[in-house]
Design a protein around this ligand. Sequence first.
Ligand SMILES: *Cc1c(COP(=O)(O)O)cnc(C)c1O
Length: 379
Amino acid sequence: MSRYKIPFNKPSFAGNENRYITDAIARGHISGDGHYSKSCHKLLEETLGVAKALLTTNCTHALEMSAFLVDIRPGDEVIVPSFAFVTTVNAYVVRGAKPVFVDVRPDTLNLDEKLVEAAITPRTKAIVALHYAGVACEMDQILEIGRCRGIPVIEDNAHGLYGKYRGRWLGSMGCLATQSFHETKNFTCGEGGALLINDPALIERAEIIREKGTNRSRFLRGLVHKYTWVDMGSSYLPSDMLAAFLLAQLEHREEIQGRRKAIWQRYERELAGWARAQGLTLPGVPAECEQAWHMFYVLCRDTAQREKLIDHLTERGILAVFHYLPLHMSDMGRKLGGQPGQCPVTENISARLLRLPFFNSLTDEEQGEVIGALQAFQG
Ligand SMILES: *Cc1c(COP(=O)(O)O)cnc(C)c1O
C-alpha cells in the first residue's frame, strides 16, 4: 500500500474503454491505423481544424517526427524553453541539434517571447513553444518572429489539448504540434501521442517518416501500386487497441474538461486567501488564454517553505510533487553548454513550484481534504 491516501495522479476511465478495445480485437486489425486510429484522427482534425492529425506511440515520438520534418541536422540550433520536459529538447538533440535555452516568463512559466529574437542565429532551425499547464505562450509574437525570420514554430502541446489562445485552439498555430496521451495527461491511453500538422506541405513526408520511411500510407490509399523505402523514418504508429481506449476518452471531452475546470476553479477559489496570507502565489492565466485545465500548482516563497509544505502534506497522506528541474543545469544540459545563472526565472521558480493532486476522478471529498490540509499549513 502506498503511504499516500490521495495520490498526485490516477488514471481515470470515461466508460467505453473496454467495449472499444474488445471491438478493436473483434475487427481483427490491432496494428496501427485501423478503425479506431482513423476515428481519433478524424475527431482531432474536425475539432481542432488542423490539416492532419496522426496518432503516435507517445509525444516524445511526435516531437522526434517534428525534428525530421523541419530537417534538423547536426550543428543546427533549436530555441527551447529552459523550463521544459526532457524530451521537448532531447527530440532535437538526438538529431544533432544544439539546444539554445531561453528563459520563461514569471507569470505563465512559458517561453519568454521578449527573449526569443536575441537567441536567434543563422543556425536557428526551429522555435519550440511549450504551453505550460495548458496556458498558451504569447503566440502572436512568437509566430511573427518565426514568420519574419523564416523559422518554423513547433508547439509542444502535451498539456494543452482543448485550450485556446485568442480564440484559436492550442496545437493549431505552429507548423506542427505534439500531443501526449500519457497516463498523467487530461486524456490518456496509457502511453500515446499525436502529431498535428498545420502546414499541408508536411503531411506526405510525415506519413512516410511515421511508416518506417516507406510510402505505405499512399499505397494503402491506392495512390501508388507498390510501396517501397523512400526516405528516412522510424515506426511511430500505436496499436489500434490503444487508439480504441483513447477514442473512448476523447469522446468525453466536455465531461472530462468540465470536471477538471471545476477542480481547478475550486482550488483557486478556496486557496486564494490562504496563499496570500502565507506568501505563496497561485497560477496566472492571462485574459487572452482559455486554459486546458491540466494542472494546479502553487509557487512557494522559497525551497525551504516548499520542503515544509511537502512534509506537511505527506504526513496527511497527500502527495504533491515539484516539476521540471532547469534543463540547462542538468548533467546533459551542461554538456551542451548550459550555465547556471543563464535562465534566472527558470532557476527561481523551479525551486518553488509544487503541483497539487489533480485527476479526473478526484472526488469533492478528496479535494476538500487537500484544501483543508493546505489551509492548516502555516509557515
Ligand atoms: C508528458 C510530456 C511530454 C512527453 O510525453 P510522452 O507521451 O510521455 O512522450 C512532452 N512534453 C511535455 C510538456 C510533457 O508534459
